[in-house]
Design a protein around this ligand. Structure first.
Ligand code: BES
Ligand code: ZN
Length: 617
């Protein structure tokens, strides 16, 4: 008896030692607060998805077959669901029906789906249908597309919306490979975050394969009247036919970007890299779905001035998709690393002056967000705390711009060469794994700082990661190109603005100029500026959004009709929020906002209307 117990203890000890060494560190991992699943007990490994997309009922229905690993030999496995209707659950190759039940519903997380299994079960089939209110899905009427003839569907799964269209263990710490069969109306093409078809087929049934393990938030599907155009051998664009040529021209540098990225941090491991240009209601600028970035058409400016968005989403192929934030409290590991990497790609492809301007604009965004939230707000820490809240709230400029500034600080302290080697090792060591903040800090200490007290003092890891506000060792950030704008603004009220547009031309310059204009412009000054720069009818979405905020603020009515058109056509939340926010500051503005929103809401994705509902309520 005693010896067996001793042997058992020894065995447990050996196993736990092995686990630690295989992790190469012994940092505690916290439970992901945004998934009901218990991946330590029973976890998914592979998905076979077989679904039909029904545009008449605006529902997806079918079967999610999950290969599972019952690690703890438990009698049940838990999945996340949100508003899903579950018809039936079966187990094994012979599909024997099994019992399932739901836990209590949470307004943010949805409902846990608990399925009875045995030790021997390795396969679970879930038959389901999505709700009309599925948070990930936007169903577009033909009028909401460019072609006006066919409907369109796209998904947005990050951060926790995958569970609204696929029953899944919906946490970024859980990875699986997938195959999918998707049946759509014959006139439409389906594409996913996987190896994709390049043209329509006769029967409308498409097959997909993602051979690399991904977390659920990278599950993605789009269905519409889509065509494909290659940019080079490994990159290309998908878009509605009327947008295809423009998109391919705008993104002509995609191949160069991939090559530049590989030169920095190691091989691109996903096969092809394509971009899908969506209709304007897409709620984000871009989404890094593996193999196929989803992008807003509002970056097609006609002059390639907004293509750093592609650099950003491409960079996620390393920071995010390859090495993934373990929970949404670690989102800065995805977005901050990616913003840093994006800047390095921009610098390599477009030169240091361009990168410098974008760096200064990022710094400005950082100062603004810290001011808005308050320098002591816990939501200005890099390590987030979003338990009990929607993790989407954590996607503020803090994770992007403070995360980026932190990595710049490390680069400045250690030197670029050393930091690049460190990052490359980091991506290689943890490829296809998820990491949390503590694990990154541990790796940084072991592999870069290595007990060097002077270096540690220059970096100030603890302040950056766990303290609010902006640490004082943030490296200075100056763009020569912007200094001339500073003087133009200083002289604005002394000299006429005529001719100014010849010196302030590029999108970056215009954005800097707009954000540094003095407060309290008179109507006369607004008229003059608009005459000089033609801001109101600008075709550049970033410039439009910045100018329209000023126009609303200064009650510059010649822009009203343009603002209304913009808010009705564009569903990108980053633009909508500041515009509506500015409008509701006055009673008249609020009434105007509500009038526009009553018409526009139907054009917005759930991600956007959920935010704007909250703002206007
Ligand atoms: N992964 C994000 C989008 C996202 C973040 C969705 C958090 C849901 C929650 C994507 O990579 C991104 O950052 N997009 C930016 C564009 C980028 C150039 C800063 C956007 O959509 O504005
Ligand atoms: Zn991103």
């Amino acid at each position: 008896m005693k010896t067996t117990r001793l042997l058992l203890a020894l065995l447990v000890f050996t196993i736990s030692c092995n686990q630690k060494t295989s992790q190469t560190d012994n940092v505690e991992t916290e439970k992901d607060p945004h998934t009901f699943s218990e991946p330590d007990k029973a976890v998914v490994k592979h998905l076979d998805l077989d679904i039909k997309v029904n545009f008449d009922t605006k529902q997806i229905s079918g079967k999610a077959s999950w290969s599972i690993n019952n690690i703890a030999k438990t009698d049940h496995i838990i999945f996340d669901t949100k508003l899903l209707e579950i018809q039936k659950v079966t187990v094994g190759a012979d599909e024997k029906e099994t019992k399932f039940s739901f836990g209590a519903v949470d307004s943010i997380l949805g409902k846990p789906l608990q399925i009875e299994i045995t030790d021997a079960d390795t396969l679970v089939h879930i038959y389901y249908t999505t709700s009309k209110d599925a948070g990930a899905l936007q169903w577009l009427e033909p009028q909401q597309t460019l072609g006006k003839k066919q409907p369109f569907l796209f998904t947005q799964s990050e951060p926790i919306l995958a569970r609204s269209w696929v029953p899944s263990q919906d946490g970024p710490g859980i990875r699986f490979t997938y195959n999918a069969t998707v049946s759509v109306p014959k006139e439409l093409l389906a594409v996913m975050s996987a190896e994709n078809p390049q043209q329509k087929n006769a029967d409308g049934v498409y097959h997909f394969k993602q051979t690399h393990p991904i977390p659920s938030y990278l599950l993605a599907l789009a269905v519409g009247d889509l065509a494909f155009k290659p940019v080079d051998e490994r990159t290309g664009v998908y878009a509605e036919p009327a947008m295809l040529e423009k998109a391919a021209w705008e993104f002509a540098d995609m191949g160069k970007m991939v090559t530049a990225a590989e030169k920095l941090y190691g091989p691109y491991r996903w096969g092809r890299y394509d971009v899908l240009v969506l209709p304007p209601s897409f709620p984000y600028g871009g989404m890094e779905n593996p193999n196929l970035t989803f992008a807003t058409p509002t970056v097609i400016a006609g002059d390639r001035s907004l293509v750093s968005l592609v650099a950003h989403e491409l960079a996620h192929s390393w920071s995010g998709n390859l090495v993934t934030n373990a929970t949404w409290n670690d989102m800065w590991l995805n977005e901050g690393f990616t913003t840093y990497f994006q800047q390095r790609i921009t610098e390599a492809v477009y030169g240091p002056a361009e990168a410098k301007m974008q760096e200064v604009l990022s710094r400005q965004a950082l100062t603004d967000v810290v001011k808005e939230k308050g320098a002591t707000s816990k939501d200005t820490k890099l390590k987030g705390d979003y338990k009990g809240r929607d993790p989407d709230e954590g996607s503020s400029d803090i994770v992007y711009d403070k995360g980026y500034a932190f990595l710049q600080t490390i680069e400045a302290a250690a030197g670029r060469e050393k930091f690049d080697a460190f990052l490359k090792d980091y991506f290689n060591t943890y490829a296809f794994q998820s990491r949390n903040t503590e694990q990154f800090v541990d790796y940084l200490n072991k592999e870069l700082i290595k007990g060097d007290k002077a270096l540690a003092g220059k970096i100030m890891v603890n302040e950056w990661v766990y303290q609010p506000g902006i640490p004082k060792n943030i490296p200075p950030s100056i763009s020569e190109d912007f200094t001339k704008i500073d003087s133009a603004i200083a002289n604005l009220r002394k000299a006429p603005v005529t001719g100014l547009h010849q010196h302030i031309k590029s999108t970056n310059e215009l954005l800097y100029f707009l954000s540094h204009l003095p407060a309290g412009l008179t109507t006369g000054e607004m008229v003059q500026l608009d005459k000089e720069f033609n801001f109101t009818p600008s075709g550049n979405s970033e410039v439009q959004a910045a100018w329209y905020v000023l126009a609303i603020h200064h009650q510059y009515h010649p822009a009203d009709a343009y603002i209304e058109k913009f808010l009705t056509e564009v569903g990108r939340r980053k633009f909508l929020r500041p515009l509506y926010k500015e409008m509701i500051k006055t009673p008249d503005g609020k009434a105007w906002a509500q009038r526009i929103y009553a018409k526009a809401r139907a054009n917005y994705h759930p991600v956007s209307y959920t935010t704007i509902d909250e703002l206007l309520k």
